[in-house]
Design a protein. Structure first.
Length: 288
């Protein structure tokens, strides 16, 4: 396989895709031909019955889905994909990525054969994107696992139930970590400034240190930053989210909608709380 130029794309060309099949069968029922006298009166009624049956069939497909049996996705396979040096990663669609930092770029994808055919890997500028495809009628596309090695990394964006686990520290003047749609990110960070965003029941856990931290959690998300030491932090939590931080000097808190912010260290705290939200030192857990 040829090495794509920077900004190139790898994906469906790995193996020619085979159209997915659907195991559902549509059963029709023969009906007697109406008499001359019945024809006019029953024409309208028959049309309504046919329309109703069609709507019921479509509704059943939409609700139940026409899924591809997992066994039909084929045997488990692994493929190496050429990648260039990047410093940002975007992952979506239930993909699990294990990242190792400090070595030459490489990427290996593992999963069911038919699922691998639908994976798209793109390098756009300094960002690597990994997106799995989907089967017909929202079927299960099969779980994709990626093993990625990069010299360094400064940004992660995980969405759609993706999972990213980093061995090593994200480094740079500014580090950006985002998770949405029930995604999880775990990483070490050493940076001057760090931005963290979690939404839609997502979770981000960081260890390490940063001078400044800007953290935002929404939609029942969790930010586990208690082992991530910062000098100054601004935290915003909404929609029943939970945030834990460690800040030494200054901490600004805005919390709403039954959210909770816990903080370690002895910072000067400014807080704006509404609804059933709360902010408290981590030590106060023992007082519950």
């Amino acid at each position: 396989m040829g090495r794509p130029a920077r900004g190139g794309r790898w994906g469906r060309s790995l193996i020619a895709p085979t159209p997915p099949s659907c195991d559902r069968e549509l059963v029709t029922e023969a009906r007697p031909i109406p008499s001359r006298h019945q024809h006019t009166d029953e024409r309208t009624g028959g049309s309504l019955v046919r329309v109703t049956l069609l709507l019921l069939i479509v509704g059943a497909l939409l609700v139940g889905g026409c899924t591809v049996p997992r066994a039909s996705l084929g045997p488990e396979e692994s493929h190496s994909v050429p990648v260039t040096d990047v410093d940002a990663l975007r992952v979506s669609g239930g993909t699990t990525v294990e990242v190792t930092l400090g070595e030459e770029p490489s990427l290996e994808l593992s999963g069911p054969r038919r699922s691998l055919r639908r994976v798209t890997v793109e390098v756009e500028g300094d960002r690597l994107s990994i997106r799995p495809g989907r089967t017909f009628w929202w079927g299960d596309a099969g779980h994709i696992r990626a093993t990625l090695t990069l010299p360094d990394l400064a940004a992660i964006d995980a969405s759609g139930a993706a999972e990213v686990d980093v061995a090593g520290d994200l480094e740079g003047h500014g580090v950006d970590v985002r998770a949405s749609g029930a995604s999880d990110v775990r990483a070490g960070v050493t940076a001057s400034t760090t931005q963290v965003r979690a939404g839609g029941a997502s979770s981000i856990a960081l260890v390490g240190e940063s001078g400044d931290l800007e953290a935002r959690a929404s939609g029942s998300s969790t930010l586990d930053l208690g082992a991530f030491e910062t000098e100054r932090a601004a935290v915003e939590a909404s929609g029943s989210s939970d945030v834990a931080v460690q800040t030494l000097e200054e901490l600004d808190i805005e919390a709403s909608g039954a959210s909770s912010v816990e903080y370690a260290g002895d910072p000067g705290v400014r807080q704006n709380l509404s609804g059933a939200s709360e902010a408290r030192p981590t030590a106060s857990r023992s007082d519950r």
